[in-house]
Design a protein around this ligand. Structure first.
Ligand SMILES: Cc1ncsc1CCOP(=O)(O)O
Ligand SMILES: C=C1C=NC(C(F)(F)F)=NC1=N
Ligand SMILES: [Mg+2]
Length: 214
């Protein structure tokens, strides 16, 4: 699936452990609230595995297809290929983007980057977008690097790197605008949407914060 940078605007990420209710309910409400892209990131305690994980992925993929938004799988390239996901997101410790591209025939490849060198390598490897962070303090992913702020986003744009960028880590409705002002094409969130009392409203407000700052 070809990716337009606008699709990164409100990039929801979740796995079953992140959700208060069923992940299907949460994703559908987020879709109703206007998210522009979804990543299935099944990690951590009680994460599904094997056929249960695959069956869960297929159900969420159907919701995204119905809404015509990209369905991205985190880390698990084999699963992404097996179910025909719209793309994969990989970290520095995963397989290189160049070899992943060959496996997902035309799918979206996103790469987590923390330095200019990692960003330039991702670009050279043909990544469709990069994710960088944690922008702010987050409790959701325990093994992140130090809080990075928007420095790398600004540096990438100062060096005229035009690759689509999404910021991630501790992003809320109230702190999303500076991420876009720094030059990101969108924000990626887990808890701001997955743990909201009103998931749809959280997505609506996050989208307004992002669009208001463009
Ligand atoms: C997956 C990931 N990568 C860097 S921070 C993070 C967690 C984002 O979760 P939240 O949006 O709840 O801070
Ligand atoms: C660790 C991650 C960093 N960034 C992203 C994204 F926002 F999609 F770019 N996803 C991840 N799973
Ligand atoms: Mg990873």
């Amino acid at each position: 699936m070809l990716m337009k940078r606008e699709q990164l605007a409100v990039y929801f990420i979740a796995g079953t452990p992140n959700c208060k209710r069923s992940i299907e309910e949460t994703l559908q409400a987020a879709i109703d609230g206007g998210i522009t892209m979804f990543q299935f990131r099944e990690k951590g305690k009680d994460a599904l595995a094997g056929s249960a994980k695959k069956e869960q992925a297929v159900r969420l993929q159907a919701l995204c297809r119905e809404a015509n938004i990209p369905f991205i799988v985190n880390d698990d390239i084999e699963l992404a290929v097996e179910i025909g996901a719209d793309g994969v997101h990989i970290g520095q410790e995963d397989e290189a983007a160049s070899s992943v591209r060959g496996k997902i025939n035309g799918g979206i490849v996103g790469v987590s980057v923390h330095t200019m060198d990692e960003a330039k390598k991702a670009i050279a490897d043909g990544a469709d977008y990069v994710g960088t962070g944690p922008i702010y303090q987050t409790g959701t992913k325990t093994d992140t690097g130090p809080v990075a702020g928007t420095a790398l986003i600004k540096t990438m744009r100062a060096q005229n790197l035009t690759i689509p960028i999404v910021g991630i880590g501790g992003i809320t409705i109230d702190n999303a605008a500076p991420v876009i002002a720094a030059g990101a094409d969108g924000v990626s969130v887990i808890s701001t949407i997955s743990l909201a009392d009103d998931v749809k409203q959280a997505a609506v407000e996050l989208k307004a914060a992002v669009e208001g700052s463009n």
